[in-house]
Design a protein. Structure first.
Ligand code: NAP
Length: 266
């Protein structure tokens, strides 16, 4: 992987990006992002809060916008390999920013749980994600010739990406179906999920998201994707550990053999 690209602005910004990712990782152990009921995003929290669906769409929108804007200014934007990565990126963020929030089932009375500071932190992160990757893939990277489609890193990375994405979407589907389509206020907000990746870990949706970005990193072989991966791990590993403990505290009958996020290990 190419650490120095020769573009001083890009290299400096990426270095600061990694410092930011390390701070997020350490900070996540002291408090998880305030959205969703079990993370303190509910009524007790002060400040401006958005409804979950709106919060997700607004927060994730830069994921759909920044990448193509930067990408189409790149000299290699119309080459097949960069265009393929553009398609993967848009596919991933269309699910995250539009499909998943629109399918989400919100418990009545819990609508306004998405704190504005979470949205703003999300924008900053997605701005960096989009810039680092689009700028490298469409402009600075020199290995994205058509031969890259037969490189083992591309093939293995794509396979990991597809596995991770499927695990993420399937786990989100199981969680979604724990609630009825139009939940009544007296229906329990949380239940124990079973099946799929939940046989092994409490947060297969987060494991799937992390694996997606492992795959994206391997198939693009660039430090911009390592940055996205570092941010995702920094966010989701502490969140999974918190969720795992919360499940055990909330449900005495919670399956004891499940780990938090890495089957058999963590
Ligand atoms: N790339 C990243 O850095 C990043 C960061 C965050 C999230 N994500 C991804 O975004 C997606 C959503 O993340 P999230 O943190 O909001 O996930 P989540 O906590 O799993 O919540 C997803 C939805 O399921 C509901 N839910 C969760 N546990 C439930 C249970 N035990 N019983 C009934 N309903 C339950 C939640 O309701 P409530 O809202 O009422 O709690 C919410 O509507 C995931 O796929 C995650 O991987 C990615």
């Amino acid at each position: 992987m190419q650490w120095y690209t020769g573009n001083t602005f890009y290299d400096t910004a990426l270095t600061f990006g990694f410092v930011y990712a390390a701070l997020i990782f350490v900070g996540s152990f002291f408090g998880t992002a305030a959205y969703g009921g079990r993370f303190g995003g509910g009524k007790k929290r002060k400040g401006i809060k958005l409804n979950s669906k709106v919060g997700w769409v607004v927060m994730e929108l830069p994921g759909l916008l920044v990448f193509p804007i930067v990408f189409f200014q790149g000299a290699n934007a119309w080459q097949p390999v960069p265009l393929f990565f553009l398609a993967v990126w848009m596919f991933h963020y269309t699910n995250r920013a539009l499909v998943a929030p629109l399918l989400m089932r919100v418990q009545p009375g819990s609508e306004s749980s998405f704190a504005l500071n979470v949205v703003i932190a999300g924008w900053l992160t997605l701005l960096l994600h989009g810039y680092f990757n689009a700028e490298y893939i469409a402009e600075l990277g020199s290995h994205y010739t058509v031969d890259w489609f037969s490189d083992p890193r591309f093939i293995i990375g794509l396979a990991i990406y597809l596995f991770g994405f499927t695990l993420n979407v399937h786990s989100d589907y199981i969680l979604r179906n724990l609630r009825s389509k139009n939940p009544s206020p007296d229906e329990p907000r949380y239940k124990i999920p079973y099946g799929g990746g939940f046989k092994f870990v409490s947060c297969p949706q987060y494991l799937g998201e992390i694996l997606s970005f492992v795959g994206f990193t391997v198939m693009t072989w660039n430090f911009g994707a390592v940055f996205v991966l570092a941010m995702t791990v920094g966010n989701l590993v502490p969140r999974a550990i918190y969720t795992h403990r919360w499940f055990h505290k909330t449900f005495p009958e919670y399956p004891t053999e499940r780990k938090a996020i890495i089957p058999g290990i963590l």
